[in-house]
Structures are given as structure tokens and as C-alpha cells.
Design a protein around this ligand. Structure first.
Ligand code: 9G3
Length: 569
């Protein structure tokens, strides 16, 4: 490809709306343009990167026994009504009507439609297992599209669905996908971690996420630094060893203490001269099933996902001051479990084992000392509902946990029979008996993976593509376009590299060398071949973008020298 004819509209300025590096650099380097909020056009360079990522994904899906199909983007409402999800998802589901007034949606994911597809053609156990996948645009009307390709309203996903006879079969399919994902992200040159994840409201039990480690990530990976342990989980799921405070004491009689204007944990602990681990925070949540109280230690936070899972409520939202006053007869900051009248009281396991703790007294400017669970209040549910983060203790090995930010690029789920049940997908077993199909689903954010690769591979001058997914492996830059020796050698080098099977861009523009070098750095070609003064001796410079290592190479050895640099990634 010749850059003079290729659409690479690089920008000098950092676009103001771009908050994170990948968004800034993909705009600046001429890979993407915004069409609407959360909706982007992929320009030729981006399309080439996506093609490379897709090719890796396809190879690994096919190797694992997957078969590629293409499902419709437009999906009839009936299937979503049958699965019960038409009314679960609100404005996030892009809905539309056809000319007859029939309801449809733009696919945010494809469990319903693929379950219906397989139902139409599956008869016997002999046809299982079945692994079907596609790579396609998905649509989700996010409340706040942001971070460029990270959280778009239209994005590219690879989604695979597995169909098995039983749980044992699902275990095999799940393992195949887990291993394939590991290979895919390795081949894309990314530093990532597979972590245990919450399977969320889509049902099912087991789930892992593949997180690309990057400070801009919206997610948090909690992991055990012990090399033999290797526990790693998404912070939404992470469990830690519970630490029980005060358990060496005898329960003392409860007493009220006056705490004028002391509403926060910091204020109360400072005023009473105790550690936050002796305090209990009581948070109230509004849910469709009534008010839920959640109790955690003063130095912990409530994990709302765990809380939602143990209560089984469809939604929960922190109660406002008005609800707090109605339930506790007190202003915000003095809520406590003693005499509290709520639908469900959920107590973290650490709190359930505390002795002589401090809680709000449900009275303005008052707390209780020496509150004892079981004696002074009765939990409805005792469970792990706290956020486990860095500094807490690994439940498996006792080491101190660490955490890092990460970008979720893939997720695998064991679905079980949730969709086969609601959409009635069955097969006939050896005895002719009708059985529910056991399903799994497995997603990779393809466009997000491209952005995540940038988050992990850049410097002050621009992008540094991992060689395996680079749009072009090499850019050839003639330094002086008025020098016929240089331009002719650049043409020859360009032809030779293509002949050697190396995707190459020729910067044949009549720009100053500084402009061309800046653009080469910005776009992030892994290798730059500079054709300058040494052209007369048949020599060129080979520059490795990542390290700026430079070698002078005779053109006869160029393809080999380039291959060596590319092999370094
Ligand atoms: C919706 C809307 C948004 C959604 C979903 C449904 C997320 C939804 C979860 C998944 C799970 C898996 C297949 C590949 C692997 C991941 N956001 N999810 O189901 F209607 Cl509006 O998509 N799907």
C-alpha cells in the first residue's frame, strides 16, 4: 500500500473528548472516527487490525471444534418474551418496530436466537456436542458510552454457544473455550489474566473473565501474589479470609453513647477512640421486594453484586435520606441493626462473629456500644457481602492480596439449562427420552481487544502494535523524495518485502522526513525501514519501534532482518 493514496488522516492535536490513551491514539493516528455517541467508523488501518484479531479468533475457535455461522442482527421480540428478557432489559435494549408494528430489537447478544435455531434442527444426542460461533456487531444503548471503543453502543463481538448433553459435556466445552481464549490473547501479544467472575443476572454458575492488565481498565483484578496459590478473581467476585474482631472478649451490656453530629465512620472512630474494625456500617437499599439492610465492618465496603446474589432481588439502589428517615426514624448516619424493621437484614460473615461492636442507634446523634449479633439483633441472612480488595487476606493461602486494574476482553459462562428450559430446547437420549440441552456461552470483545492492545502498547510518540495484529508490519520511508536513488531503492525494498510475504506500507508522500517519522511512530508500525543516504551503497536502516534499536542492513538481507525483529513481537 502507498501512503499517498491510503486514507490515514492523522491529527496533530489530541482530540478533547478522548479520555483514555487508546481513544486518543486511535483518533490521532487515523484508525477511527466518531459517527455518533458510542458509534465509530473503522478506517482502513483499524479494519486491518480487526481482520488480524478476527483471523486469530477464527483459527482458535475452529481448532476447538467451533463452526462459524452468522445470525441476524434484527431479532423478533417473541423470543425475548419467551426467555423472559424482553422486560428485564430496559432502555439498554435497542428496540424497533417494522411497518406492521411488530416489535424487534437489535441484538445485544444472541442466546435467544441461537437457542431457537438449534431447536429447529436438533433431534438426537448423536448431534451433540455442538459449538457454533459468529463475529458480528452487537448493539447496547449504554447510559454513558465512553472511552472510545471500550464502551460503545455498537461494537464487534465474537460469541460462541456450546450445546451439550449434560454437565460433564459442558465441562469439556468450557475447558476447550478457556484454553482457546488463553491462546487467542497470547497470540495477540497481550498481558492478561483469566480470573474468576460473577456470572451475573444471566444465570448459570461458573464464569471466568479474561482481563488485559492496564491502569485505564474499568475492572479490578484481585490476585494472590503467592506463586503456588495463583488465586485471581474479578473484584465483583473476589472472596477473602474473614477476620473477626473482638472475639477474645466477653459480651458486655449494650450502652448508648451520644455522638453529636458524628455521621461517618471516621468521625465516630476518632470520637470514640476505636479502630474502624470495631464499627458496623448499616446500609439500607431500596429493592422491588422492600428495604434490605446490609451490614459490613466499618473498614469494609458492601459488594452490591454479592448482596444482589444472596437476596435474589432484581435491582437494588442505595436508599435516599427520606427512606432512611422513614425506616429508622433518624437522619442519615445513625442507622443501626438494633430494633431495625426491614424486609431483609443481610449481615456479612465478619460482622456475624464480632463481639462488642459499635453501631448506629437509629436516633439522631447517638450510637450503641457493645452491640452483639444474635443477642441484640437477628440477621435474616449471614453471607460474604463485602468487597475484597488489596490488603485483605487470601482465603486459600493466607497471603496478603494484591490488585490491579484491567480491561475485560473476554468472558466465558456455564449457562446450564436456563435458555434450553425457557425456549424448550431438548434432544432425545439413547433411550429415546427427552432431555434438556446444557449450554454455555463465550464472548470476546473484538473491537475492545484492539483498544486494549493500544492501552498496553504505546509511548509518548504513539502506538506500538504487537507484530501479530499490526495493520502493516513495516513502513518504508524514503528520506529525500527528490533523490532518485532513494526513491527507486524504496520502491524495490517495498516490492521485495511484499514478495517475501511481509505486509508493508510505502510512505511515498512528498513530506519532510520529520513528518513521515512522526506519523510512522504515531501509527505504530512495528518496523520502520529508512531509505536514506546509504541507499547509494545498497544499505537501509531497520528500526524497531518498541525499543528504537537500529541496524544498518544491506537490502539483500532485508527480509530476513525484518523477520528477526518481528519475531520479537
Ligand atoms: C441485553 C442487554 C445487555 C446485555 C445482555 C442482554 C450483557 C446480556 C450478558 C452477555 C453474556 C454473554 C454471549 C457471549 C458471552 C457473553 N449485556 N449480557 O445478556 F439484552 Cl440490552 O451478553 N453473551
Amino acid at each position: 500500500m502507498r501512503l499517498s493514496q491510503y486514507l490515514v488522516p492523522t491529527l496533530r492535536e489530541v482530540p478533547a473528548e478522548a479520555e483514555i490513551i487508546s481513544h486518543q491514539l486511535l483518533l490521532r493516528a487515523g484508525f477511527i472516527r466518531k459517527a455518533a455517541s458510542g458509534v465509530y467508523t473503522y478506517l482502513p488501518l483499524a479494519q486491518r487490525v480487526l481482520a488480524r484479531i478476527k483471523a486469530i479468533v477464527q483459527e482458535e475457535m475452529d481448532r476447538a471444534g467451533g463452526q462459524e455461522i452468522l445470525l441476524p442482527i434484527i431479532q423478533p421480540a417473541e423470543l425475548w418474551l419467551e426467555s423472559g428478557r424482553w422486560n428485564v432489559y430496559g432502555p439498554e435494549l435497542f428496540r424497533l418496530k417494522d411497518r406492521h408494528g411488530r416489535d424487534f430489537c437489535l441484538g445485544p447478544t444472541h442466546e435467544e436466537i441461537i437457542t431457537d435455531l438449534v431447536k429447529g434442527d436438533l433431534r438426537s444426542y448423536k448431534q451433540l456436542p455442538l459449538l457454533l460461533y459468529q463475529i458480528q456487531n452487537k448493539y447496547r444503548d449504554e447510559r454513558r458510552p465512553r472511552f472510545g471503543l471500550m464502551r460503545g453502543r455498537e461494537f464487534i463481538m465474537k460469541d460462541l454457544y456450546s450445546f451439550d448433553r449434560d454437565e460433564a459435556g459442558l465441562d469439556v466445552s468450557y475447558r476447550k473455550m478457556y484454553d482457546a481464549y488463553t491462546r487467542i490473547f497470547e497470540r495477540c501479544g497481550l498481558e492478561f489474566r483469566p480470573v474468576e467472575a460473577d456470572s451475573g443476572p444471566i444465570g448459570g454458575s461458573v464464569s471466568h473473565e479474561f482481563m488485559v492488565l492496564a491502569d485505564s481498565g474499568e475492572g479490578t483484578v484481585v490476585y494472590c501474589p503467592d506463586a503456588g496459590c495463583r488465586y485471581a478473581a474479578n473484584i465483583e467476585k473476589a472472596v477473602g479470609k474473614p477476620i473477626f474482631s473482638g472475639t477474645d472478649e466477653e459480651p458486655s451490656p449494650r450502652e448508648e453513647v451520644i455522638t453529636p453530629g458524628m455521621k461517618t465512620v471516621e468521625q465516630v472512630t476518632a470520637f470514640l477512640g476505636v479502630g474502624a474494625d470495631r464499627l458496623v456500617k448499616t446500609l439500607l437499599y431500596e429493592t422491588p421486594d422492600g428495604v434490605v439492610a446490609a451490614l459490613v465492618r466499618g473498614d469494609r465496603e458492601v459488594n452490591e453484586i454479592k448482596l444482589q446474589n444472596v437476596t435474589g432481588v432484581e435491582r437494588l439502589e442505595l436508599a435516599d435520606a427520606e427512606i432512611i428517615r422513614r425506616v429508622t426514624q433518624a437522619p442519615v448516619g445513625f442507622t443501626g441493626p438494633v430494633g431495625l424493621d426491614v424486609e431483609t437484614m443481610v449481615v456479612d460473615e465478619e460482622v456475624a462473629n464480632m463481639v462488642n461492636c459499635i453501631t448506629g442507634a437509629n436516633r439522631a446523634d447517638a450510637h450503641y456500644r457493645n452491640v452483639n449479633p444474635g443477642r441484640d439483633f437477628r440477621p435474616d441472612i449471614v453471607a460474604d457481602i463485602r468487597v475484597v480488595d488489596e490488603g485483605q487476606v487470601c482465603a486459600r493461602c493466607g497471603a496478603s492480596l494484591k490488585s490491579r486494574r484491567g480491561i475485560e476482553v473476554g468472558q466465558v459462562f456455564k449457562l446450564g439449562t436456563k435458555y434450553s428450559k425457557s425456549l424448550n430446547l431438548t434432544y432425545l437420549d439413547e433411550q429415546g427420552g427427552e432431555q434438556l440441552v446444557v449450554m454455555g456461552c463465550y464472548g470476546i470483545g473484538v473491537s475492545r481487544t484492539m483498544a486494549a492492545a493500544v492501552e498496553q502498547n504505546y509511548d509518548t510518540d504513539g502506538i506500538i502494535w504487537p507484530a501479530s495484529i499490526a495493520p502493516f508490519k513495516v513502513v518504508v520511508v524514503p528520506v529525500n523524495t527528490k533523490d532518485q536513488v532513494q526513491t527507486e531503492l524504496a520502491e524495490k525494498v517495498y516490492r521485495d518485502l511484499w514478495a517475501a510475504g511481509i505486509d508493508t506500507m510505502l510512505d511515498d508522500r512528498t513530506e519532510r522526513p520529520g513528518v513521515k517519522f512522526k506519523d510512522a511512530d504515531l501509527v505504530g508500525y512495528p518496523v520502520r525501514v529508512t531509505v536514506g543516504k546509504k541507499a547509494a551503497d545498497g544499505e537501509v536502516e531497520v528500526l524497531r519501534r518498541r525499543t528504537r534499536e537500529m541496524h544498518v542492513v544491506p537490502v539483500a538481507n532485508l527480509a530476513e532482518a525484518v523477520r528477526e525483529v518481528l519475531a520479537e513481537g
